[in-house]
Design a protein around this ligand. Structure first.
Ligand code: NAD
Ligand code: WQD
Length: 340
């Protein structure tokens, strides 16, 4: 069964390709490589024996989408393609709405034209804003505090309207919490461009000597040790959630929203300690001022995904750290620059 994976050369997409192949699907990738390296597909082939077909195109390219739908029998689409940096989104909001929202509109229009009505969408816990309570259920109030989060919220509402207007659609909205780690082989992983915004890639780059020390953004939050608490989920658990989501819309029409998190929160200092234990590396850090827009605590109520999709995270913190280190220690500079 062929599945179109937009943004499939990215961090989450590449790990999901492996889960799809192992589940017997044939993933077809469309990715404009604005934040990815095509070598990742060679690495997927190393791990699975299958090199997914890559269309190096933008999802806003109707001609490219029509070619794909003509050349393949696409049964469903997993839609990862998008820009995802919160800070950058406040600097270039137009580009974020153009890429994320318009990209999704074009994709859905071309899916409908091709008669493909099953979609799994990458949403984000960022749609909860600063949560009123934790753990956060899917029924919690949603609000956005930046253009990136608003783009995700807009897309969720667009897809709900689409489903309400046309009962041929089956849509799963997956609200990811904090994906971390890598495939245990260390051959694929998170490869942010420039200085990492996110905690764990920053820690692993300190461990491998690319960065000097970690700045802990605030230790005066209302948390056990004063540092920010988040729901970190192993990237392989997240990838498995997409296979379950495909099955969820195998027969059922409608729109279904699920948190993909562990339901457990860890603080920044707990992450540093866990990484040091898993890697044997020491992570020097200093307490720095809070990062604007950060919240104290955010972690999932994961029950609905378990009950309705039969999915739950199974990998613990030590495995997340061990696998993140396997990737970074084997690839201190990330993926090599592609030759072409
Ligand atoms: P990523 O940047 O590694 O992957 C996104 C991929 O999409 C990249 O390969 C990029 O080249 C591609 N892309 C971007 N715009 C495109 C376009 N217009 N046409 C074709 N390809 C395009 O990011 P990721 O961490 O793998 O995230 C994947 C999705 O999950 C994103 O939508 C992101 O917003 C969402 N998400 C990520 C996180 C996280 O912490 N990583 C958390 C919640 C949600
Ligand atoms: C985690 C914790 C920081 C870096 C972001 C996006 C969200 C989603 C996931 C796309 C916080 C602290 C971090 C550092 C630190 N992405 N930290 N020093 O902010 O929970 O979520 O990524 O959807 O939209 O907002 O993740 O990894 O940036 O931060 O102290 O150098 O680590 O304050 O408490 P976040 P993060």
């Amino acid at each position: 069964m062929e599945i179109l994976v937009t943004g499939g050369a990215g961090f989450i997409g590449s790990h999901t390709l492996i889960a799809l192949i192992h589940a017997g699907y044939t993933p077809i990738v469309i990715d404009n490589l604005c934040n990815a390296n095509p070598i990742v597909l060679d690495r997927v082939a190393e791990i699975t024996g299958v090199r997914p077909r890559l269309y190096e195109k933008d999802i806003r390219d109707r001609g490219a989408l029509r070619t794909i739908f003509e050349e393949h029998t696409i049964e469903a689409v997993i839609h990862f393609a998008g820009l995802k940096a919160v800070g950058e989104s406040t600097e270039i909001p137009l580009e974020y709405y153009q890429n994320n929202v318009t990209g999704t509109l074009v994709l859905c229009e071309e899916m409908r034209r091709a008669g493909v009505f099953r979609l799994v969408f990458s949403s984000s816990a960022t749609v909860y804003g600063d949560p009123e309570t934790v753990p956060i259920p899917e029924t919690a109030r949603t609000t956005a505090t930046n253009p990136y989060g608003r783009s995700k919220l807009f897309i969720e509402e667009i897809l709900r309207d689409l489903v309400a207007s046309d009962d041929r659609w089956g849509v799963v909205l997956l609200r990811y919490f904090n994906p971390v780690g890598a495939h245990p082989s260390g051959r694929i992983g998170e490869d942010p461009k420039g200085i990492p915004n996110n905690l764990l890639p920053y820690i692993t780059q300190v461990a491998v000597g690319k960065l000097k020390e970690l700045a802990v953004f605030g230790d005066d939050y209302e948390t056990a040790d004063g540092t920010g608490v988040r729901d970190y989920i192993h990237i392989l658990d997240l990838a498995d959630g997409h296979v379950k989501a495909l099955k969820r819309v195998d027969s059922d029409k409608g729109v279904f929203t699920y948190n993909l998190g562990t339901g457990t929160g860890y603080s920044v200092l707990e992450m540093v300690k866990a990484f040091e234990e898993a890697s044997g590396a020491r992570i020097p850090y200093r307490i720095a001022p809070r990062r604007p827009g950060d919240i104290a605590a955010c972690f999932a109520h994961p029950e609905r995904a378990r009950k309705e999709m039969g999915w739950e995270a199974v990998r613990g913190l030590q495995e997340m750290m061990r696998d993140a280190w396997a990737w970074q220690s084997q690839n201190p500079d990330g993926y090599p620059e592609s030759s072409d």
